[in-house]
Design a protein around this ligand. Structure first.
Ligand code: ZN
Length: 304
């Protein structure tokens, strides 16, 4: 648990028992908000950390989700039970997956195979506990402080960022990229919805919000948001273009696509340290990038 400026506390969810994989943040105040909640297997870790901060069972007001991938939202049902006054805030496209999580959980299990139990599932959230955040929706934290939802498609269509305008802080989810274990910032481009055009537009829109601090979900505040946006843009642009070109010459060949993508924007920097390599390989994140880009190229080929 790390206390940061602006009454923001970061909790490491210890996903897969590994520190520095996935973090969630608490914005303190009259009506405290938890931003993302980690995988279901992290529910007890996050609950206990909230209690240790003095946020009792009745005290948590909001659980705000950046998107409904299980490493970000899987604990939501368990935490909704542990904090009965908390309202869950989610993108319009994400809400139904919280009420009826079977499809989301099964899709994730298919993707992660024998790693799925490490991620866990998702306990359904009663519909009455959910608020749908349209673009611009404001979550009131008390004392005039708000978190503004900014729809941020690309990584997924149900993805949004949260802006704390007063503090100049952006919680950017997975839009910018991932930075773990001392490696470089590097994109997260998962199936089934990754879309490079939407992702690049999102990066421009988020950068224009002018935040001076940006948190990435994996795992923590970036050193310099301007540089992070720049790198995220260059990386996703190069990788998206390489994927499209490869799919045109060798449709259906995921391995060839990934070789082309690696040549265009190598992952070496992201996995440069042993600590980074452990985190990147724990859930086969690079394979997911290959599948996300292949899925995008295939979708585009079908609709061309
Ligand atoms: Zn995600």
């Amino acid at each position: 648990m790390d206390v940061h400026p602006g009454d923001i506390t970061q909790i490491d969810t210890l996903l897969g028992g590994i520190p520095g994989m996935t973090c969630v943040q608490v914005v303190q105040g009259e009506s405290p908000a938890l931003i993302d909640c980690g995988a279901q297997t992290s529910a007890v870790t996050v609950r206990d950390a909230l209690h240790a901060m003095g946020i009792g069972a009745d005290d948590l007001a909001w659980v705000v989700l950046t998107h409904v991938h299980l490493d970000h939202c899987g604990a939501v049902g368990d935490l909704a039970q542990a904090f009965p006054n908390a309202t869950v805030v989610v993108h319009p496209r994400g809400a139904r997956h919280l009420v009826e999580p079977n499809r989301l959980v099964q899709g994730t299990a298919a993707l992660f195979g024998n790693l799925a139990p490490v991620m866990g599932g998702l306990l359904a959230v009663p519909e009455g506990r959910i608020v749908i955040a349209e673009d611009g929706h404001e979550v009131a934290l008390g004392g005039g402080r708000v978190l503004r939802a900014v729809h941020a498609p690309g990584h997924a269509r149900h993805h949004m960022a949260l802006l704390d305008e007063g503090e100049g802080v952006l919680f950017s989810g997975d839009a910018i990229g991932v930075q773990m274990g001392g490696g470089d910032l590097y994109p997260s481009l998962p199936p089934p919805e990754y879309d490079v055009d939407a992702a690049l537009e999102t990066l421009d829109a988020l950068e224009a919000l002018g935040a001076t601090r940006a948190y990435v979900s994996h795992a923590g505040p970036t050193a310099d948001p301007g540089e992070a946006f720049d790198q995220g843009r260059r990386a996703q642009s190069a990788m998206g273009q390489a994927a499209r070109e490869s799919w045109r010459t060798a449709p259906g060949d995921v391995e060839a696509l990934w070789q082309a993508v690696e040549q265009a924007w190598p992952s070496d920097g992201a996995i440069a340290t042993p600590e980074a390599r452990i985190r990147w390989t724990a859930f086969n994140w690079l394979d997911n990038n290959a599948l996300g880009l292949a899925g995008m190229a295939e979708r585009e080929a079908r609709t061309a």
